[in-house]
Write a protein that binds this ligand. Structure first.
Ligand code: FES
Length: 115
């Protein structure tokens, strides 16, 4: 699998200072609306558009169970797998995050025509 890697922060420290636990941030990267969050289990990036009815998940909130909760109908999704934990058989697209010495990176799968 080939990815476009996009630097989100120059360092882990910068990320910790700017991405507070439980806070949701909306990113627009290469035409993808992505919801970024951090908690004690790690840093997670999932599609921002709720697969149920299109609400922006970055306007929702996080639970203590590593879930993101949609603000519209309160369906919940596991931040690691993207799978719905309530509301239906939906799955969010997830994006890999890598914390390296040179920064914090998010991967977006390359389209077949970009390979
Ligand atoms: S739009 Fe997200 S649960 Fe309905």
């Amino acid at each position: 699998m080939s990815y476009h890697w996009i630097k989100l922060y120059e360092s882990e420290e910068e990320m910790v200072n700017n991405l507070l636990p439980g806070r949701l941030i909306l990113l627009d990267l290469r035409g993808n609306k992505i919801c970024l969050s951090r908690n004690e289990k790690g840093v997670f990036a999932v599609q921002d558009k709720c697969p149920h009815n299109g609400a922006s998940l970055s306007r929702g909130f996080c639970s203590a169970n590593n879930e993101i909760i949609c603000p519209l109908h309160r369906y919940s999704f596991d931040l690691s797998s993207g799978k719905a934990t309530s509301g239906g058989a939906y799955t969010l697209q997830t994006y890999p995050i890598e914390i390296k010495n040179d920064g914090v990176w998010l991967g977006i799968k390359a389209k077949w025509w970009e390979l």
